[in-house]
Design a protein around this ligand. Structure first.
Ligand SMILES: C[S@@+](CC[C@H](N)C(=O)[O-])C[C@H]1O[C@@H](n2cnc3c(N)ncnc32)[C@H](O)[C@@H]1O
Length: 546
């Protein structure tokens, strides 16, 4: 629910000052080097913290850095965004404010409630629930009671008082009411009743903030909308709903992730997702696969918890994530990569590695599975990488490494006239890394996933080779799981780097700093890194003109 403009500014920010309720996926849009400062307010400590925020924003801006102040929903709706903007104006800090999707509208919508309706409501008021308990309330309860739809934010603790005040000011106790908790989160919960019953319902269901209370006839129309809406949302990308886990839960998740990978590995090995494009009842599926029905049901339930399949009345079927990435032969299939990752997570190989240390040489001979895994990772990244590049379209270009044919297709889509050579020097028997550029010189060279196939010393050699083959002012494009500077690498990058090293003896990781140190002496400047997909970074470096 973030606007495109907000996303764009987040990508540019040097500093992000963010509040409670901001999801990790949103912060992940920022460049790895961005400073992320959490300034959520503990209950009851609002004002001192607010002053701290004001001063922090001004201080960071005066350091000459681009600051994004990130808030939930709309910054000017009960978000103190107005005060922060005033403070910036007083201190002559230039700023812009980007509107957001407010929970006042999004939470009812998520519950299937249209806040206006030709037959039921032509007016909506958005009200703070904090005022209800105050003796000298700033609110005109008589006026509020006459408005058709009321949306209360921050109203969980005061739901009963709000309902009683409205009834006392003439609102019908049978007016429908709904409390929507954690809208768009994985545990979103909606409780519906009437003004007379909502307090008891909220207590009984132990509703907790953040939650939004909606009052009015429009709540009753919900049932009609819900069914259709649910059908649409039935196939969410499970990653889009996010439940911010407390720290101990994160530890548990880490420790149990191995089981998840085994379940996924097994399901992929037996081609389970290939059979679930249409719903399948467990008994016939078990019979077809020769499996124990109870065990298969457990496995399917676990896959459902992972957001990959769902249970319907006629059996289990794929959710979108599985249909897109796990069905054999689907264009974006990641099956080879996932099979490879799951297979390398064995305790035995880690134990052997710990005892014996890294294997002396790189072993890539004849491993079709490994090649397929590298290809599928590179294919996944090719469209994202290509869309971020700005080339003037003049070649020739050399696209080297895994997924090079996919890259060729993507490049030609954007720059149809480009003279392209695509080859994969890493495929055994392997081209001599010193010579694979064929003695030609190029304006653009892309290296796709070199870390997967090189030992550490070989990356240096590869960079020298490409530097020699690149014309003056040429562009070098690298894409792989380089470690971002300044922040911790995502766990999937750190873990799969270790896995590659254990199983293949490849170099484990390269940080962007190390890359910079290697590229600068070769005449490169303007070295930029930005995250693309699957934990990979896109690094571009321009060869100087001299
Ligand atoms: C301090 S206000 C900020 C509102 C924010 N500026 C906006 O436009 O959404 C916080 C309140 O927003 C509502 N809210 C925020 N996130 C919500 C969610 N996921 N589901 C329901 N209500 C939410 C709750 O009423 C919460 O108490």
């Amino acid at each position: 629910l973030l606007t495109l403009k907000a996303a764009e500014l987040l990508r540019q920010a040097d500093v992000i000052v963010y509040d409670r309720l901001i999801q990790e996926e949103v912060l992940a849009l920022a460049k790895p080097s961005a400073e992320r400062l959490y300034m959520g307010k503990p209950l009851g400590k609002h004002d001192s913290r607010q002053k701290e925020i004001h001063e922090l924003l001004v201080r960071k801006a005066l350091e000459g850095r681009t600051v994004v102040r990130l808030k939930g929903g709309d910054p000017f709706l009960f978000g103190r965004g107005g005060e922060e903007a005033e403070y910036l104006a007083e201190h002559n800090i230039p700023f812009d404010v980007i509107p957001g999707v407010s929970s006042a509208l999004a939470a009812p919508l998520s519950a299937g409630i249209a806040v206006t309706h030709r037959d039921a409501s032509s007016a909506v008021a958005i009200v703070t629930g904090h005022e209800a308990r105050k003796n000298e309330s700033l609110l005109d309860w008589g006026a509020l009671a006459r408005i058709e739809t009321l949306v209360f934010l921050m109203g969980v603790a005061n739901a009963g008082i709000i309902a009683r005040k409205l009834i006392a000011h003439g609102r019908n106790p049978d007016t429908p009411a709904a409390m929507i908790q954690g809208a768009y989160w994985i545990h979103e919960k909606v409780v519906t009743g009437t003004l007379a019953t909502i307090e008891e319902l909220v207590e009984k269901t132990e509703a907790k903030p953040p939650a939004t209370l909606v009052i009015g006839k429009v709540v009753a129309a919900r049932e009609k909308l819900l069914k259709a809406e649910w059908e649409l949302r039935r196939r969410p990308d499970a990653g889009a709903v996010h439940d911010p886990a407390p720290l101990p839960d994160q530890l548990l998740r880490l420790a149990t992730a191995g089981m998840g990978s085994q379940v996924l590995y097994y399901a992929l090995t037996i081609g389970l997702f290939d059979r679930l494009e249409r719903a399948q009842p467990v008994p016939s599926l078990a019979q077809e696969l020769g499996l124990n029905g109870l065990a298969l049901e457990d496995i399917l339930e676990s896959l459902a918890a992972l957001g990959l399949v769902e249970r319907t009345e006629s059996g289990y079927r794929n959710l979108e994530l599985a249909s897109t990435y796990l069905v054999t032969g689907s264009t974006g299939s990641l099956t080879p990569l996932l099979l490879h990752l799951a297979a390398q997570s064995s305790r035995e190989s880690l134990g052997r590695y710990a005892l014996e240390g890294p294997m002396p040489g790189l072993s890539l001979e004849g491993d079709e599975h490994y090649f397929a895994a590298c290809e599928s990772l590179a294919r996944l990244a090719a469209p994202a990488v290509t869309s971020r590049l700005e080339l003037d379209g003049s070649g020739p270009a050399l696209l080297a490494g895994w997924g090079c044919e996919e890259y060729r297709a993507e490049f030609l889509r954007r720059w149809p006239q480009l003279d392209i050579t695509a080859l994969n020097p890493f495929l055994p028997p392997g081209k001599d890394l010193g010579e694979f550029c064929n003695g030609r010189s190029y304006s653009v060279i892309l290296l796709s996933c070199p870390l997967a196939s090189c030992r550490r010393g070989q990356v240096d050699q590869l960079l020298r080779t490409t530097a020699n083959a690149l014309r003056r002012s040429g562009l070098l494009i690298l894409h792989d799981a380089f470690l971002p500077g300044g922040t911790l690498p995502p766990p999937e990058v750190a873990l799969s780097g270790l896995g590659r090293r254990i199983q293949r003896g490849t170099c484990r990781t390269w940080s962007v700093e190390r890359l910079r140190d290697a590229l600068e002496p070769l005449g490169f400047g303007e070295i930029r890194a930005e995250p693309v997909t699957a934990g990979m970074l896109l690094v571009t470096a321009g060869k100087s003109e001299r």
